[in-house]
Design a protein around this ligand. Structure first.
Ligand SMILES: *[C@@H]1O[C@H](CO)[C@@H](O)[C@H](O)[C@H]1NC(C)=O
Ligand SMILES: *[C@@H]1O[C@H](CO)[C@@H](O)[C@H](O)[C@H]1NC(C)=O
Ligand SMILES: *[C@@H]1O[C@H](CO)[C@@H](O)[C@H](O)[C@H]1NC(C)=O
Length: 407
């Protein structure tokens, strides 16, 4: 299969930058995630590997998170904005401690979670943790449902900055209220913690109607769909789901509250270089949280370059926080656009991603007109290719530009 993608920032000819903050009146207001959170999380790459005897470098342990915190700094990820180091499932002991508190696995986290949190903070990074709203986490460790207040307090004591709350072993019908309740306890600790919710993914599984008003009031981000896997099939299925449902929920994204298509898997085994560019482009267009799950210590340079492409990160992190859409599909080539700054005379600039799902490998360009993709500023646009190393993409952009100025 062949995919190619191009993310082009379309700037206005007459620049009068004006930044509008879009806000809905009753959204979660903890001052956090004003742009989509960026960081690293263990799950997709490392799963629930708890066998440190046989897999000392891959098992879920204090050691793994320390090494990834080190690599976020030494490999330049922190400098471009990745800041959260997030534990996923499989960090807990099988039972709560004598005092009813959550306890990490003693062998794999011998110094406890507070020490790990301190380590992450000492690197200038932020620290995230995983729990589950139900009676157990998805992997079977203790969940929060009967101890919500205590667990929120424990996280605050550990100086957690980000909490992902999963939804296994719970009634899907109590989740709207239950996630709200845990959010209230997080708030009452007085420690600002990004709150990542999973309920719509579970509600979607049951074909329930999802209350996005409630989500935006309660959560900083929410997982709309199933877990990502290490394949193009998984990435394109999620992207397609986002496009199919975009009229229902794009409008609920904004500073402080985001739809979450799940982790970036760039640099693992499943995506080619072109497919990796496609994931990065679509995720930036849909204002996705950029939470990598990969091995930062062993990353091929071309994948690192995609993950650290500052201009594409700036699209994802655009201060307007408007989630983009798939706007046009022709000949199996998708065009995705997102309104971004600068805004001039009430006209947005646009990020545009062309994602080809063609398999014929044709090496000469296709045409697209600006009006087809909804760009109607009578003054015209300036173009910049955000994957400038890619010769064929640059050529395509030039052709598009010439066509426009001829009209
Ligand atoms: C708690 O909620 C109030 C009201 O929305 C908000 O002003 C405050 O910043 C929140 N505090 C924390 C720690 O999240
Ligand atoms: C959705 O949630 C909001 C906020 O909690 C609530 O006011 C509203 O009644 C809910 N809508 C439905 C259809 O349940
Ligand atoms: C693209 O547009 C140009 C100029 O209108 C035209 O000459 C060319 O045939 C078109 N190419 C395709 C593939 O449609």
């Amino acid at each position: 299969m062949f995919q190619s993608s191009m993310l082009t920032r379309v700037g206005l000819s007459f620049l009068l930058p004006v930044v509008y903050w879009l806000g809905q009146s009753h959204c979660l207001d903890n001052g956090l995630a004003l742009t989509p959170p960026m960081g690293w999380m263990a799950w997709q790459r490392y799963r629930c590997n708890i066998d440190c005897d046989n897999y000392p470098d891959e098992c879920i342990s204090e050691n793994l998170f320390k090494r990834m915190a080190d690599a976020l700094v030494s490999e330049g990820y922190k400098d471009v904005g990745y800041e959260y180091v997030i534990i996923d499932d499989c960090w807990l002991e099988n039972k709560r401690g004598a005092n009813g508190r959550l306890e990490p696995d003693k062998k794999r986290f011998p110094n406890g979670i507070k020490a790990l949190s301190d380590y992450v903070h000492s690197k200038g990074l932020k620290f995230g943790i995983y729990e589950d709203y139900g009676t157990k986490t998805c992997a079977g460790f203790p969940g929060v449902i009967d101890n919500m207040k205590l667990d929120a307090q424990t996280f605050a004591e550990w100086e957690v900055d980000y909490v992902k709350l999963d939804g296994c072993y719970a009634s899907v019908f109590s989740m709207d209220e239950g996630y709200r309740e845990f959010g209230k306890y997080l708030n009452e600790t007085g420690r600002p913690m990004v709150y990542s919710c999973s309920l719509p993914a579970y509600q979607e599984e049951r074909k329930m109607q999802i209350n996005f008003t409630n989500l935006a009031e309660v959560c900083n981000l929410w997982r709309n769909y199933d877990d990502i896997d290490d394949s193009w099939y998984s990435v394109s299925t999620i992207a397609n789901y986002f496009a199919t449902k975009q009229d229902l929920w794009t409008q609920y994204a904004g500073p402080g509250h985001w739809n979450d298509p799940d982790m970036l898997i760039i640099g693992n085994f499943g995506l080619s270089y072109e497919q990796s560019k496609a994931q990065m482009s679509i995720w930036a267009i849909i204002a996705a949280p950029l939470i990598m799950s990969n091995n930062l210590q062993n990353m091929k340079p071309e994948f690192k370059e995609i993950l650290q492409n500052k201009k594409i990160l700036a699209i994802d992190q655009d201060p307007l926080g408007i989630q983009g859409r798939r706007i046009y599909v022709e000949k199996n080539i998708e065009t995705w656009t997102r309104p971004v700054t600068p805004v001039a005379e009430d006209k947005y600039s646009y990020a545009v991603a062309f994602v080809s799902k063609r398999t014929d490998g044709r090496a000469f360009p296709y045409n697209v007109t600006l009006s087809n993709i909804g760009l109607t500023n009578p003054y015209g646009y300036k173009f910049e290719d955000l994957f400038p190393d890619d010769v064929s993409n640059s050529r395509r952009a030039r052709i598009l530009e010439r066509r426009h100025f001829q009209r």
